[in-house]
Write a protein that binds this ligand. Structure first.
Ligand code: CA
Length: 234
């Protein structure tokens, strides 16, 4: 605001200077404006001090802004925030984000997303694209930051996206296989566990079977011995 005010004052000053060399012609057209001019001039004259003040204020605000910035936007660390992904997966996602951020402003906007979906072979309607952004647009600026882009893959990997949604198509068609890798990992883990369990129970069954057999043999031997004993004793 104050810089606008400064600009306006400067412009007014320039206008006044331009008028001065030919006051005759200006007197007619600028009659309405001519009247308040002295007043404006006076504010500009004693405004030297106030403009100096505003300048100082602006400078201070700028300094405040630049020091406040690092505090406001904590440095986003995808590796610590998206621990479910490997470094390679995050690198791949970053590459993809940069590839489709054709404006190089660190955001994927609606048009860039439109092109991206076309390139991936899943073109979306305007409304479809808007919905896609809305689903992960945490700061409501209508475009995707890198962090919001990663959220798509997080939600896909967590199974939170509808199968036919645009975001799911994006996650599936990007060559970043986060979902299947994660799911496969879990499936492998359970499969080995189930296998181990079944092996264990097989062992237990075999052992039990063997014990039964041994018990039977023992009984048979005992019976045979008793039979032998009775034939000897009789
Ligand atoms: Ca956003």
């Amino acid at each position: 605001m104050s810089s606008e005010e400064l600009a306006r004052r400067l412009q007014r000053g320039l206008d006044a200077e331009q008028r001065d060399p030919k006051p005759g012609s200006q007197e007619q057209t600028g009659a309405d404006e001519e009247q308040p001019l002295p007043e404006r001039h006076s504010t500009a004259v004693n405004g030297d001090a106030s403009s100096e003040l505003t300048e100082k204020l602006i400078r201070r605000l700028d300094i405040h802004d630049s020091t406040a910035k690092p505090k406001q936007m904590k440095v986003f660390n995808p590796y610590s925030e998206f621990k479910e992904f490997s470094r390679k997966q995050i690198k791949d996602m970053e590459k993809m984000f940069k590839r489709f951020d054709s404006g190089k402003d660190s955001f994927i906007d609606l048009m860039e997303l439109k092109l991206m979906m076309e390139k991936l072979g899943a073109p979306q309607t305007h409304l479809g694209l808007k919905n896609m952004i809305q689903e992960v647009d945490e700061d409501f600026d209508g475009k995707l930051s890198y962090r919001e882009f990663l959220l798509i893959f997080r939600r896909a990997a967590a199974g939170e996206l509808q199968e036919e949604s645009g975001l799911m198509a994006l996650a599936r068609l990007s060559e970043i296989d986060v979902s299947t890798e994660g799911v496969l990992g879990v499936r492998d883990f359970f499969e080995t566990k189930v296998q181990a369990l079944s092996v264990l129970s097989k062992f237990e069954a075999e052992i039990r079977e063997e014990e039964k057999k041994m018990e039977l043999e023992r009984k048979q031997r005992r019976a045979a011995f008793k039979e032998l004993q009775s034939t000897f004793c009789s």
